[in-house]
Design a protein around this ligand. Structure first.
Ligand code: TXA
Ligand code: MG
Length: 349
């Protein structure tokens, strides 16, 4: 398939026709990759089973792993789900933005799109290109992250093109995604309780401003055990993982440095907070350092994580070492992605 690649710096009169063209592709059952504030999405008509099928096949994704449907206004969820008061409380606080809400589905969403579940995940993105594309398409856009299944989500056009050129009709290059990790996902149960299925930029503390209680699904912080019930099907698949082995190090920085001195070779990659990079480059002249951003700036770390994992993976390192993040605030999203990228390999010093 020939993929049209178009660059859009911002939404204005001269770029609107490109978004119109993309919306025609969606309406006609095609695939469009578009930027969002979290990661790039691989979009198609969320009301069409054949379109959902095309997404699963372009990504190489198991079809029991449901898709998020993207809407341009929170109230559009009415057409596709059974909403309730807490949905609107969340919408008022966080939409448009990096929050996905799982609700009971209506028949307007085909089973293919929702991976056979009786629920569906909805998200209203803030990125103006994404939001306009959905509005002009006139249908919700089903969109998983635009990576080949299993690899880190793409946060910039280079990674999108690497994974999706030749597999989709159009790629909209909107530059780097602002946040860089996928949206926070919460499920609203029938009794109105909130469960966090995937942590993201909207933190547990943010959610607690709206809800009295937020349960955290076990899979957010740990590996699923054999036979355990999965709340979010995506959690059971290997995810965010580069081909190179990732190993997380937990402990004080001097112990980490000592460990790396003994265990790294000139082919080893080390992801490290900016403040400690000078110390490491002095002590480990052989290893290749990747600057993770300031230890105090979790947004910057989120922005860099998938980029670093993808770049490091191209260099044939024998291993990628990284510090284990704490679970506070946005740290929980970093922790969740990194333990999975590492296949739960953590060395405690
Ligand atoms: O930031 C994001 O959410 C990006 C952008 C493109 O919007 N999308 C994204 O989609 O990350 P995806 O498909 O890569 O991840 C969605 C996750 C999957 O793990 C899936 O299993 C879960 O959401 N999910 C989707 N529908 C669900 C449902 N009805 N119940 C529980 N989990 C669901
Ligand atoms: Mg994904």
């Amino acid at each position: 398939m020939k993929t049209k690649i178009v660059k859009i710096d911002c939404l204005n009169e001269s770029t609107l026709p490109i978004i119109k063209e993309a919306s025609e592709i969606i309406k006609n059952g095609g695939l469009v990759v578009f930027p969002t504030e979290t990661v790039y999405g691989l979009g198609a008509d969320g009301t069409s089973s054949p379109s959902a099928e095309k997404i699963y096949s372009a990504k190489g994704r198991p079809s029991d792993n449901p898709l998020i449907i993207h809407i341009s206004k929170p109230e559009d969820a009415e057409v596709y789900t059974y909403t309730n008061e807490i949905y609107y409380d969340l919408a008022r606080a966080f939409m448009p933005g990096p929050l996905t809400v799982v609700l009971r589905a209506k028949d307007t969403v085909p089973l293919k799109t929702r991976g056979g579940l009786d629920t569906v995940a909805v998200r209203c993105p803030e990125n103006p290109i994404a939001n306009k594309l959905i509005e002009l398409s006139g249908v919700p856009i089903a969109a998983p992250s635009a990576n080949i299944s299993g690899s880190p989500s793409p946060t910039n056009p280079i990674h999108v093109i690497e994974d999706m050129q030749g597999r989709v009709d159009m790629i909209i290059d909107g530059g780097e995604c602002e946040f860089g990790l996928e949206s926070t996902i919460v499920k609203i149960d029938d009794n109105n309780a909130l469960t966090l299925l995937r942590p993201g930029k909207i933190t547990v503390d943010d959610l607690l401003c709206v809800a009295d209680e937020v349960k955290i699904a076990d899979a957010v912080t740990g590996a699923l055990r054999e036979g355990e019930k999965v709340l979010s099907p995506g959690m059971k698949y290997k995810h965010y993982a580069p081909k190179t082995e990732v190993i997380l190090l937990e402990g004080e920085i001097d112990k980490i440095v000592r460990y790396l001195k003994e265990n790294s070779t000139k082919n080893t990659a080390v992801i490290m907070y900016s403040e400690y990079c000078p110390l490491l480059s002095e002590s480990l002249s052989d290893a290749v350092l990747y600057d993770f951003g300031s230890v105090y700036d979790k947004c910057e770390q989120a922005h860099r994580l998938f980029n670093i994992l993808r770049e490091a993976d191209k260099k044939n390192h024998n291993a990628i070492y990284a510090p284990l993040p704490d679970k506070c605030g946005i740290g929980l999203a970093l922790y969740n992605r990194m333990i999975r990228a590492a296949g739960y390999k953590i060395i405690r010093m």
